[in-house]
Design a protein around this ligand. Sequence first.
Ligand SMILES: Cc1ncc(COP(=O)(O)OP(=O)(O)O)c(N)n1
Ligand SMILES: Cc1nc(C(=O)O)sc1CCOP(=O)(O)O
Ligand SMILES: [Mg+2]
Length: 225
Amino acid sequence: MVAALDNPALRGIYAITDSHLLPDDRSLLGACETALEAGIALLQYRDKSADDALRWRQSDALAALCERHAVPLIINDDLALAQRLQQRWGASIGLHLGQEDARLSEARERLGGAAIIGATCYDSTRLATAAAQAGASYLAFGRFFASKTKPEASPARLSVLSEVATLGLPRVAIGGIDIDTAGQARAAGAEMLAVVHAIFGMPDIAGAVRALATAVDATAAVGQR
Ligand SMILES: Cc1ncc(COP(=O)(O)OP(=O)(O)O)c(N)n1
Ligand SMILES: Cc1nc(C(=O)O)sc1CCOP(=O)(O)O
Ligand SMILES: [Mg+2]
């Protein structure tokens, strides 16, 4: 298996969908295809609705799109959906779990060793260490800046990113990442920048992805090998 920090899927721009910004299949698939063509490294399907049929239909269509671009698709929250998609699409399907979601160890057991499984760690080195021990593929920290998508998320210190460097897992920064804040998150140590509004809320999605990717490439990060 590729060592986590050497996995090219776990570096760069991580786009996360939003059902308010992309309210139907057409806008969702069109925007994600544009973002994939512009070079995102990872795509997360995040839909908080209870409509299982819609979630299956949309995530299955996104899996097909992601496969064409050789980009993994990460499912937010829903282990059962990730497992069902994995049976159809294989190891390119991953899962993101928060602290209130399914247990990471159970997800690792059910999805297998090759699946990308990410964990929300807020700004806690304790949560990050526990997630690493339970088999996380990447560790997500935030929110670092004011977020239009999730303004109620707890604020986090950028310094947590360097505190967890020795865990040896890719670090994802989330929350208010845009063209003005990307450099700070990257310089503080994030290998990956997770973004909703500054991609899918923009009139020029491809231009937004390219500008964010340029910010990642231009900034050296703390604690990286
Ligand atoms: C990459 C990434 N990081 C953090 C989150 C937040 O997950 P969680 O705390 O479970 O909150 P919800 O997204 O479920 O509202 C994420 N989704 N992705
Ligand atoms: C889904 C999510 N989780 C967060 C956390 O801090 O855990 S912040 C967030 C939303 C990120 O959206 P935007 O890029 O528009 O700020
Ligand atoms: Mg969650």
